[in-house]
Design a protein around this ligand. Sequence first.
Ligand code: NAD
Ligand code: TYD
Length: 381
Amino acid sequence: MTTFKRNILITGGAGFIGSHVVRLFVNKYPEYRIINLDKLTYAGNLANLKDIENLPNYVFIKADICDYEKMQELMELYHVDGIIHLAAESHVDRSIKDPFTFARTNVMGTLSLLQAAKVYWESLPEKYEGKRFYHISTDEVYGALEMTHPEGIEPPFTTTASSSEHHLAYGKDFFYEDTKYNPHSPYSASKASSDHFVRAFHDTYGMPTIVTNCSNNYGPYQFPEKLIPLFINNIRHRKPLPVYGKGENVRDWLYVEDHARAIDVIFHNGKTAETYNIGGFNEWKNIDIIKVVINTVDRLLGRKEGEDMDLITYVTDRLGHDMRYAIDSTKLQKELGWEPSLQFEEGIEKTVRWYLDNQEWMDNVTSGDYQKYYDSMYKGR
Ligand code: NAD
Ligand code: TYD
């Protein structure tokens, strides 16, 4: 029987970000056993991991993180010594329609995983020595920033908050690691609650936890209910592009593989009990990013660039729609040397190309229940 140097449980590994993290760890660390635990909800898809599924250091377990007994059993069975916890309900619009599911998975599920790890690790002679519970969270827990700017300068403007030269910002405030939590959506409220439980397990029991709060991710394998893949697919099929409100909301976009690299660095070198913000220093108004996506899809499909602009359709705004998110990730850059590797233009080109080249993946995830979801979310909006 092979013995592995580490046994790392990754939850939510069949989802968007999780699949990139699993792929990175399985390929980069053949000496680690990677146990991917996922319930396979609508957002989880094993097709995201086809290229690594037969590797000897990879195991997949279909389970619900809320199943506490199962979590306990798995900790012992696989001698888990590290956890990277990504499993969650992740879509704000769904949380507005069905907050209970978010409280169940994001709060109770996280608690069940924490307690199972605690009981198992405390039963070992070395206890918490060499262990790590790494919780993946979001910048949305911090609430929303205003579109403020220095006098006389219209945004976007260059700021000194970042080491990045090309940093354009829509306000002078950022989310820092010590920014007060102020979540507005049921999604962000459930993530905030789970973050508090993770920190409480450190403060109360001494569990070696770590939390990171990341900005919006984009890239391959994202479920097409989120802005970028949804719009790429709609442009391809010349379907309307439902822009919420005036399209003025700002998000800070990070290429998903850069997030996965940050998770790798932080899992190995981050300090216990610390929080790190992860972001791209890459703020975009929704309407501007949508125009870039339209131009890119048109160009790559051999259409006239911009000919699909008339698909833009302004619809009723999202309830409680947060105006602006912007992460300051200076701490991570300074302390652990991580920086985003891709310029946005390069990342969006790669992303659009991937979705256009992987129509079969898109067709699979948009068949079945997807159409019902789409109709219920956008009909009459
Ligand atoms: P996703 O919705 O694509 O994937 C979530 C995965 O979790 C799916 O595979 C799903 O099957 C699984 N899952 C859901 N409920 C489960 C349960 N009860 N038990 C076991 N597995 C379950 O999400 P994502 O975009 O990849 O986000 C992953 C994590 O990163 C989440 O915790 C999210 O809050 C956080 N995050 C996401 C972003 C982003 O832009 N997508 C940004 C910052 C943080
Ligand atoms: P989304 O991808 O859902 O991420 P989040 O809400 O976590 O930031 O949305 C990104 C932005 O795009 C957000 O401001 C809402 C907006 N949006 C639309 O305008 N239309 C859409 O159909 C969707 C899904 C999002």
